[in-house]
Design a protein around this ligand. Structure first.
Ligand code: SF4
Ligand code: SF4
Length: 374
């Protein structure tokens, strides 16, 4: 199996450059009209949390705007949606769209922002970990889905891009339930592949104009790469992004599972030369796993690795006691005491949702923590 991946050079987020780069990427696959002319297009952006675009947490609004313009010009209706981390309510969506720049996108293009917080059950008949998933209603209305992802490192999944972006189709706190059901990283990532196969994004575009390195997906540093990665195969787009970031494909459990299922094989690169973009992203954790564990068979390795997994640690001097981590924690193992977050490590499954959702980056992930027995 050979998949095509197109690389567009895009030095910054100016309107002219993003419009040119996105148009080039779509044209490489026949153009918006041939791909989706007249259809109901859903742009599933990565809107993890309420952050301004300069933080590099969310898909940049000018990329989403360029996509919306192309599809609307092709006679499509365009809806923009995501279920952010934490709660999924109309009020939270309103704030999310305002802060991330999506409101402006809707005003400028005529795209519709989703405020419908209902969900439906999606059948995933060939799923390995899940055969059904509750997902947000805009997916039911759409007949062409675009995964508009952000190029970032990820504490739990190593890397996040086009495939992991589909996790945001699971509504609100149901995402925490998934973390509880699949505390093991490999099992969780197999579930992500099931979900991506169930949703089947028709087109994927990864915003790597400015990505995120270090403590991704929300607490890392912006890193300029100047590229947009596009493909009709989300796994191929991700593999290419991982290469560009100087990360290792074999450390991405989503990629490994995609290969195992035959969802990605050879990649035909086109557009700008990949050599123009090669860089070196600092991973979320420098030491991913204890080397000797790699010699163990899969199930035993997963089991033992959990004992070696890094822990979240609250930096009390930074914590503002907002409780966002406690609301996001799938194991309900965080309490707010004296206006500071406090983790009961006995129940912690090291999913790092608390780190993802902390608005002030007061949760650090480290190999060993001292903790009191509760
Ligand atoms: S404390 Fe943090 S890492 Fe541990 S289970 Fe809760 S959200 Fe996950
Ligand atoms: S650790 Fe972060 S999310 Fe949790 S209460 Fe403190 S500031 Fe809020």
């Amino acid at each position: 199996m050979t998949s095509r991946v197109y690389l567009s050079s895009c030095e910054d987020y100016s309107k002219e450059k993003t419009e040119r780069a996105v148009r080039e990427a779509l044209d490489a696959f026949g153009g918006a009209a041939a791909l989706a002319g007249g259809k109901r297009v859903l742009i599933k952006a990565n809107l993890l949390m309420s952050c301004t675009p300069d933080k590099a947490v969310t898909t940049h609004p000018n990329i989403v705007e360029a996509l919306a313009r192309e599809f609307i010009s092709a006679g499509c209706t365009v809806e923009i949606a995501d279920s952010c981390g934490g709660m999924y309510t109309e009020e939270i969506l309103n704030k999310l769209y305002a802060t991330s720049g999506m409101k402006r996108v809707a005003e400028n293009t005529g795209a519709v922002l989703n405020y419908d917080t209902s969900s439906f059950e999606l059948d995933i008949k060939d799923g390995v970990r899940i055969k059904k998933a509750q997902i947000i209603s805009p997916l039911k209305r759409a007949d062409f889905v675009v995964s508009a992802a952000k190029m970032k490192t990820h504490g739990f999944a190593y890397y996040t891009g086009a495939v992991k972006n589909m996790f945001g189709t699971i509504p609100g706190l149901t995402k925490a339930v998934m973390h509880s059901r699949f505390p093991d990283k490999r099992a969780f990532c197999e579930m992500l592949v099931d979900l991506c196969e169930g949703v089947r994004p028709d087109f994927s575009i990864i915003d790597g104009v400015v990505g995120m390195e270090g403590a991704g997906p929300s607490g890392g540093k912006p890193k300029t790469v100047g590229v947009i990665v596009a493909s009709d195969n989300p796994y191929a787009a991700d593999a290419t992004a991982i290469d560009i970031m100087g990360l290792e494909r074999k450390k991405s459990p989503v990629h490994v599972e995609g290969v195992r299922r035959g969802l990605v094989g050879d990649i035909e690169l086109c557009g700008a030369p990949i050599e123009d973009f090669y860089t070196s992203f600092e991973p979320a954790y420098k030491k991913e796993s204890v080397t000797i564990l790699r010699l163990l068979p899969g199930a035993a390795r997963s089991y033992i690795e959990r004992f070696f997994a890094a822990y979240p640690k609250i930096e009390k001097n930074k914590c503002i006691g907002c409780g966002e981590c406690a609301r996001s924690c799938p194991e309900h193992t965080i309490a707010i005491k004296d206006k500071k977050a406090d983790i009961n490590y006995k129940k912690c499954i090291r999913c790092y949702c608390c780190q993802e959702m902390c608005p002030v980056h007061a949760v650090k992930i480290q190999r060993f923590v001292k903790y009191r027995k509760k």
